[in-house]
Design a protein around this ligand. Structure first.
Ligand SMILES: CC(C)(COP(=O)(O)OP(=O)(O)OC[C@H]1O[C@@H](n2cnc3c(N)ncnc32)[C@H](O)[C@@H]1OP(=O)(O)O)[C@@H](O)C(=O)NCCC(=O)NCCS
Length: 161
């Protein structure tokens, strides 16, 4: 994700259908901040949300690995957003499965989580398809109890990597 992706990212993050479970759709300036934060995560952590594209290079959304907080503990999360026109085609599941393999290879042993608004059925289905189960409820947020889905990741051997 680079500043050159701002048009696509602002379209997606400004779409009320994509941001239904966030406080509000993002403005173009907030989308630019989002990209900036991801670039800082790449530098500091070696990972963040990356762009999802079709094989032809068309913009699909973002998906990746970020450090988040659940009940005050630092947890690794897989996150995903798909532009509304391309939802329901398996893109989030395919991208998130690739992220599970990255996490298994480079960050395990760890627990991989997905921290989800309880009404966000599509997001929960993606987490379940990765093999996650409901492991906790995050009560650290001021106005919502979020569902913490998760699964343990064991270290992949070098041969598997
Ligand atoms: C969550 C999201 C990324 C899923 O992307 P996607 O590419 O449509 O997901 P997939 O096509 O891989 O579908 C995964 C599962 O979700 C289901 N699903 C997709 N859209 C759905 C919807 N609107 N309502 C209910 N289930 C839905 C699919 O049927 C599939 O479940 P199945 O295995 O039972 O068939 C997408 O809905 C999205 O961008 N939502 C807004 C952003 C968001 O909330 N991100 C998560 C933040 S925690």
């Amino acid at each position: 994700m680079t500043p050159g992706d701002l048009d696509d990212m602002a379209d997606m993050l400004g779409d009320p259908r994509v941001m239904a479970f966030y406080p509000a759709p993002l403005s173009r300036a907030e989308s630019a901040d989002w990209i900036d934060r991801m670039q800082r995560r790449y530098d500091n952590d070696g990972h963040g949300l990356w762009l999802i594209e079709t094989r032809d290079g068309d913009f699909v959304g973002d998906c990746g690995l970020t450090w988040q907080s659940a009940n005050g503990a630092r947890v690794l999360e897989v996150g995903y957003h798909v532009r509304s026109a391309l939802q329901g085609r398996g893109y989030a599941t395919e991208a998130a499965l690739a992220c599970v393999e990255v996490a298994r290879t480079h960050l395990a042993p760890t627990t991989l989580t997905a921290i989800i608004h309880p009404g966000n059925i599509a997001s929960r289905r993606v987490a379940e398809r990765l093999g996650m189960t409901h492991i906790d409820d995050d009560r650290a947020h001021p106005w919502i109890v979020r569902t913490v889905m998760g699964m343990p990741l064991e270290r992949a051997s070098r041969d598997q990597a």
